[in-house]
Write a protein that binds this ligand. Structure first.
Ligand code: F6R
Length: 367
């Protein structure tokens, strides 16, 4: 059932070109120039007229939500807030019937997310679910929703569910922007064509980086700390990379927006600190270049995720992992794959139980 892989996690990492394609199947129709999603189509007005969209989730799903905020605000220009379900439910949040809540949950059973949904519904908000497990509690309690269709995720560390969530959020953001006129026809076509190419690019990443990442991992098995840095859309990718490492290898790791480095974490940097920096040639690339210079001036060990052919960051980094180019908004899907593999290989070399890390459960049904 592990399909020849040593662990479910590795199998699920390698399934991602297929699972992302499954998420898009029947929904992203490039030739017809449309995005077809029943859950969204049935409630287009409700969604595009929302005064505010509030995304609630926990853990990895919350990281997907942060990227969802960037996507929806950029393409649909609807204000978005992202909250941990556990905070939202207990802080008496301001929420009205003009708000739309998007709840994201792989398992569809997370207790805090469930309680946050109930609260939002009581206050009259329209609640849209993004779940992976079909017919799960959250899928049933929400007003509408979309399944991610990533297939069963057995490894406790979420991998393919995360990239599927990013795919759904991309589809929703582009669809809403197309509908409310914030996204012109040409941009819409460019984005859906780019998104359509993602499964092939995931395959390219999986084929080209596996042995590179495994080799890098072997050099950091005894590290006690890691920093993960990224900017823009890849700030949440950095958070997710750090979470993957923490939960399965038990190495302390923190994710930060790269520019926040000088507000504190830079004090941690010395020759013993590995820093994973997500640096594709997009967005604020020149800023990332100066972040890498600042790290190298303090002798930090840089593991950089860059685009193929990049030389500027490559010439300064201690280790490089190359991924294909794509639009900034889709780059977290590609960049998170080497981060999953890095956490996986480090954990395996440390002898950790990667599929069932200590103290963790696949569905957190208690708060
Ligand atoms: C991380 C992980 C957890 C879950 C979190 C939410 O790899 O698996 O952080 O993401 O418990 O779970 P769901 O998405 O099922 O609500």
């Amino acid at each position: 059932e592990k399909g020849g892989y040593e662990h479910f996690m590795l199998k699920e990492i390698f399934e991602q070109s297929k699972s992302v394609l499954d998420t898009m199947r029947g929904r992203l129709l490039v030739d017809e120039g449309v995005i077809k999603m029943a859950g969204i189509w049935d409630h287009l007005e409700r969604l595009t007229n929302a005064e505010r969209i509030i995304i609630i989730a926990c853990g990895t799903s919350w990281h997907a939500g942060l990227i969802g905020e960037y996507l929806i605000e950029e393409f649909a220009r609807v204000p978005v807030e992202v909250e941990y379900a556990s905070e939202f439910r207990y802080r008496n949040p301001i929420i009205t019937s003009k708000d739309v809540v998007i709840a994201i949950s792989q398992s569809g059973e997370t207790a805090d997310t469930m309680a946050a949904i109930k609260l939002a519904k009581e206050k009259g908000a329209f609640v849209y679910g993004i779940c992976n497990v079909v017919d799960s509690s959250i899928a049933r309690v929400t007003d509408a929703g979309s399944y991610t269709h990533a297939g069963p995720e057995i490894g406790v560390a979420s991998t393919k569910a995360f990239t599927a969530q990013l795919t759904i959020l991309s589809l929703i953001a582009i669809k809403l922007g197309n509908h409310n006129g914030n996204l012109g026809k040409a941009d819409f076509m460019r984005l859906i064509t780019e998104l359509d190419a993602i499964p092939k690019k995931i395959e390219e990443v999986l084929n080209s980086v596996d042995s590179v990442v495994k080799d890098i991992a072997s050099k950091f098995v005894n590290a006690t700390n890691f920093l993960y840095l990224g900017r823009g859309y890849n700030f949440p990718t950095a958070l997710e990379g750090a979470l993957k490492l923490k939960e399965i290898s038990y190495i302390h790791a923190e994710g930060y927006p790269a520019a926040e480095m000088k507000h504190g974490p830079i004090a941690l940097i010395d020759e013993n600190m590995p820093i994973v920096i997500i640096a594709p040639k997009i967005g604020h690339y020149d800023k990332i270049v100066s972040n890498v210079q600042e790290i190298k001036a303090r002798k930090g060990k840089v593991i950089a995720i860059i685009n193929k052919g990049d030389t500027q960051v490559a010439s300064m980094a201690d280790h490089i992992i190359e991924i294909p180019e794509t639009s900034e908004c889709f780059s977290p899907i590609l960049a998170s794959i080497p981060l999953q593999l890095l956490a996986y290989y480090i954990a395996v070399e440390r002898g950790a139980n990667v599929d069932q890390p200590r103290n963790l459960a696949k569905s957190v049904t208690v708060e």
